[in-house]
Design a protein around this ligand. Structure first.
Ligand SMILES: [Zn+2]
Length: 433
């Protein structure tokens, strides 16, 4: 009697253990990569197996045998790298070469419709291999970026991890829509704020509605001086800019500053923003201050190429002149050791184009391919304060992993052909699909 119950108990135990094994095995995935790029160290591992449990990476093994029972994804003819990060997107904007393109979206499309288009933008971002984005303002679509982020996090729609800036800020008379009759009220692409107190209030308001970052427009009206310096008209006073930065930092949020030329960049650096967006021209002294203060540079080179001819045809030739200046500034920044975070301004150009078109420009203007990849992974993750979760493939981080055929370090344009995308252990795109 006693002996029999022991046998029954043993059989029970064994079957329980087997059952447990099966359920654990179901949650484990193994991705076999022909090569794996580690942007932080600059190392490339070959014949690697990435073990994923749930949302996160459990192990990275070289020349190992596959764990029994794991679901295997074979990318042995691919190069794997961490999910890419674009730190300057506009998911709610669908291209604006001319003022008319922009006005049409704000005047003729409801925010609801723009949000529907936004769901397409975020899906495309993910399919291009960008598993994290910082969206730096909705261009008149209110707080719809907070809702896109929420819908992605709740599993309603596919999309990247998002950090959002909501409405952004500029002063009266500086931001479109503009040029309409004074008696016709028109929407603006930003929240208009004047005066330090109002600026502080706007920061509080935007954060209360879900802004992760605060975005400001620090300059406008660009022109090339005879000495070759790209000059501008600053928007905010130093008082206003300092109030915005102080209020955002008090609440442990960061500030991104659109600053294309001399004064916009200088004032932003003085005020202590966290990132300079575009930075077509950065004076030598300001570049030194950026290195010293750890301010990131988000250059967005490709969008300049994209809009230049159209804007020149509409009378603004400066956009063509700015391209050359931008390339030189980027080269100086690489040399000076400024922290450069990958960003494209996609939405300013068509979402039918992959943000990866930015990479060849970064290489053309002085980065190695590895530096360019690092900028879109390690550095971007650090700027976002997400370095423990994204930007690398190592145990404990999210299983955000993309892959291409061939070697993107030999041909950086291959990153425009990402054909495998995994985010948080879920496959969103697989070769042949
Ligand atoms: Zn932008």
């Amino acid at each position: 009697m006693k002996r029999l119950s022991l046998v029954v108990a043993l059989v029970l135990l064994v079957s329980l253990a087997a059952g447990q094994d099966q359920s654990t095995a179901a949650a484990v995935k193994a991705v076999r990569c022909g090569a794996l790029i580690h942007p932080a160290s600059g190392q490339v591992q070959h014949n690697v197996i990435v073990i994923i449990q749930g949302e996160r990476v459990r192990d990275v093994l070289e020349n190992a045998t596959l764990p029994a029972g794991a679901a295997v994804i074979d990318l042995s003819d691919h190069t794997c790298l961490p999910g890419l990060i674009d730190t300057h997107t506009h998911t709610l904007l669908q291209g604006d070469i001319t003022a008319a393109d922009y006005d049409e979206q704000l005047l003729k499309q409801s925010i609801a419709y723009r949000a529907i288009l936004g769901t397409r933008s975020v899906r495309r971002a993910l399919e291009y291999g960008f598993t994290t984005v910082r969206d730096v303002e909705t261009e008149g679509a209110g707080y719809a970026d907070v809702d896109l982020k929420k819908a992605i996090n709740n599993g309603v729609i596919p999309g990247p991890r998002m950090r959002v800036a909501t409405r952004a800020m500029d002063v009266t008379g500086a931001y479109p829509l503009s040029g309409y009759a004074p008696e016709v009220p028109v929407p603006h692409g930003v929240q208009i704020v004047d005066g330090a107190d109002n600026a502080r209030k706007a920061v509080r308001e935007q954060i209360s509605y879900g802004a992760d970052w605060i975005k400001v427009y620090s300059d406008r009206s660009y022109f090339v001086r005879p000495d070759g310096v790209l000059d501008d008209i600053p928007t905010f006073t130093m008082d206003e800019l300092r109030a915005i930065v102080d209020e955002a930092h008090r609440q442990r949020h960061k500030v991104a500053s659109h600053a294309i030329a001399l004064n916009g960049v200088h004032n932003s650096v003085e005020a202590g923003v966290d990132s300079i967006e575009h930075g077509n021209y950065i004076a030598e002294e300001d570049m030194k201050a950026m290195v010293q203060k750890g301010i990131y540079y988000v250059p967005t080179i490709y969008v300049g190429e994209y809009v230049a001819q159209g804007r020149a045809a509409a009378g603004a030739k400066v956009w063509v002149e700015m391209l050359k200046i931008h390339g030189e500034t980027f080269r100086r920044a690489v040399h000076a050791g400024v922290k450069i975070s990958f960003g494209t301004d996609i939405g300013g150009f068509d979402w039918g184009i992959t943000p990866a078109v930015e990479f060849p420009y970064m290489v053309k203007y002085g980065m190695t391919p590895m530096q360019a990849v690092r900028s879109a992974t390690t550095t971007a993750a650090e700027m976002l304060g997400m370095q423990n979760d994204v930007g690398g493939i190592s145990p404990g981080k999210y299983a955000d992993l993309v892959a291409v055929k061939g070697d993107p370090l030999a041909d950086i344009t291959l990153l425009q052909k990402i054909d495998f995308v995994m985010k948080g252990g879920e496959v969103y795109k697989a070769p042949g699909h």
